[in-house]
Design a protein around this ligand. Structure first.
Ligand code: GLC
Length: 534
């Protein structure tokens, strides 16, 4: 039996609203994605994960889904989706779609029916309506309950426009089984499952103790206690049923969960073979640039490496180039001041580290997810005017958290000024692009041997041929600031996180380096791939 394709895949996350805008209305669309498939092919990715493109009032940029089985008109039509999938398949790129099962949009017809039907009605049972709220806080800040006109309250762990489903209701179970089949029938290679750990809530809806705080909401700090809306045991049989549905289709289809969880034992329960295939390694994403911390998180993750894709970013976290360019004590909780550009960000340092981090990530066992624009080294957009911000977190947290818009800015493809080829004519993009991105466009980086894009392309190509052996730490570089490991006998990755240059271990040749090397010496904040050719 051959390994399923996703075990070592490089998956590219497309955030459709900001990827490419074929109809020049300021928001991306499916035809735009299709037109950029050659770019993705050239980059060398195995698959794309499309963040939600379903009909949505966009209270949370599409993570508020009004219809799970259609395409929002701003993104195109189902026929456009089929065309995109066919073109991707022809290019040998698999397509993973996002499924958002914790909540829908308040514009979903079932929620409208629930509101109309009133307290005690069967329609309300598909959601979590109560006569009085408990003390739960929304993940976006503020109370997790909103009162409706007749006096009842409904639960929303995110925005008020995202009512939580009642997962103990058979209609909800059936809705999602049909949704999985709908997209599988069209040919998708799998699903990224949004908020995969929160679908079931403790039936008694007990108060949390202590009450959730904003730090926990930001998820960068692992919660001290598991809240009663996370990791409930009913999740595991649910994902087993979903697995059976996926397995009733030919080929290997993947289910990857969004689960912010460091506890490897609990994670194993999700990944125990007949449930989810993968769950992101968010602990790694939130690790500061520190050799001991990196070594610890990698070591801890290795037993489940193939089930926990590595990633440097996604649409919810500040861009890697910016994260790695700030005081590393702030990495887990970037402050509003940082994300407003009021605190110094060393972009050159962040970029240098992000280049090294890319080589680290792509050399580790397992799959890697690349968030659109990270291959261009895009920084967080730190100067979005407040009145243009869209993220509900910004609004609900009242300034305590600046929100996630800064990493969701439309992609710069070409040209000297906005919209940088995102659309082919001048248009106000849904989030503004910074005025200084001309050097960061795909076009500007295309032929530059020193660009981030070139580094990613080379790395993805080399990875196929050279990086497939077993992982082992390499102890011949006895420096506390160095991470070194081999993959089989012929390949080594060495990363210098410290401030002093270090001597490289013996090697036949350098395959790739994140910065120019100085003879046999590895400069600070640099990673190198070595051919050991034994
Ligand atoms: C996930 C998504 C995030 C969204 C939230 C609510 O965390 O990644 O973007 O806001 O779920 O759906």
């Amino acid at each position: 039996m051959t390994d399923p394709w996703w075990r070592d895949a490089v998956v590219y996350q497309v955030y459709p609203r900001s990827f490419a805008d074929a109809n020049a209305d300021g928001e991306g669309d499916l035809r735009g994605i299709r037109a950029r498939l050659p770019y993705l092919k050239d980059l060398g990715v195995d698959a794309v994960w499309l963040s939600p493109f379903y009909p949505s009032p966009m209270a949370d940029s599409g993570y508020d889904v009004a219809d799970y089985r259609d395409v929002d008109p701003r993104y195109g039509t189902l026929a456009d989706f089929d065309d995109l999938l066919a073109a991707a398949t022809a290019a040998d790129i698999k397509v993973i779609v996002d499924i958002v099962p914790n909540h829908c949009s308040s514009a979903h017809p079932w929620f409208a029916e629930a509101l109309a039907a009133g307290p005690g009605s069967p329609e309300r049972e598909r959601f979590i309506f109560r006569d009085a709220p408990n003390n739960w806080q929304s993940q976006f800040g503020g109370p997790a309950w909103t009162q409706v006109a007749d006096g009842q309250w409904y639960l929303h762990l995110f925005d008020a426009a995202q009512p939580d489903w009642n997962w103990r209701h058979p209609d909800v179970v059936a809705l999602f089984e049909e949704t999985l089949r709908f997209w599988l029938d069209r040919g998708v290679a799998g699903f990224r499952i949004d908020v995969a750990d929160m679908l079931f809530k403790d039936e008694l809806l007990p108060d949390t103790t202590p009450p959730d705080g904003v730090a926990e909401q930001l998820e960068w700090t692992p919660a001290k206690e598991t809240p009663p809306y996370k990791h409930q045991k009913e999740l595991f049989p649910l994902y087993r049923t979903w697995r059976e549905i996926l397995e009733s289709y030919p080929g290997d289809r993947v289910m990857i969960g969004e689960i912010w969880l460091d506890d490897q034992e609990l994670k194993r329960e999700y990944l125990a073979g007949d449930g989810l295939d993968q769950a992101f390694n968010f602990t790694f994403m939130a690790t500061p640039w520190d050799a001991a911390d990196l070594r610890a998180v990698i070591g801890r993750s290795l037993p489940l490496a193939h089930a926990q894709p590595w990633a440097l970013g996604n649409h919810d976290v500040p861009r890697a180039v910016t994260r790695l360019g700030i005081d590393q004590a702030l990495v887990r909780n970037p402050t509003a001041e940082v994300l407003r550009g009021e605190v110094e960000v060393d972009r050159a340092l962040g970029t240098r580290r992000a280049r090294a981090a890319a080589l680290l990530l792509l050399a580790l066992p397992g799959s890697t997810y690349i968030y659109q624009g990270d291959e261009l080294g895009l920084p967080e957009h730190l100067t979005i005017p407040d009145e243009l911000r869209q993220d509900p977190m910004f609004i609900r947290m009242g300034g305590a958290f600046i929100g996630r818009d800064g990493c969701r800015v439309p992609m710069p493809w070409a040209g000297r000024r906005a919209p940088y080829g995102f659309a082919d004519r001048p248009v106000d993009t849904w989030l503004p692009q910074p005025p200084d991105w001309a050097e960061l466009t795909a076009e500007a980086q295309q032929a530059d041997p020193g660009s981030m894009l070139t580094l990613y392309r080379q790395a993805l190509r080399l990875r196929r041929d050279h990086i497939n052996g077993a992982f082992a730490w390499l102890d011949t570089v006895p420096d506390a600031d160095v991470l070194a490991f081999t993959r089989g006998e012929g390949f080594a990755c060495v990363l210098n996180v410290g401030e002093q240059p270090v001597t490289l271990p013996a090697h036949l040749r350098v395959l790739l380096a994140s910065e120019p090397l100085d003879g046999g010496v590895l400069p600070p904040d640099t990673a190198v791939w070595l051919d050991l050719a034994k």
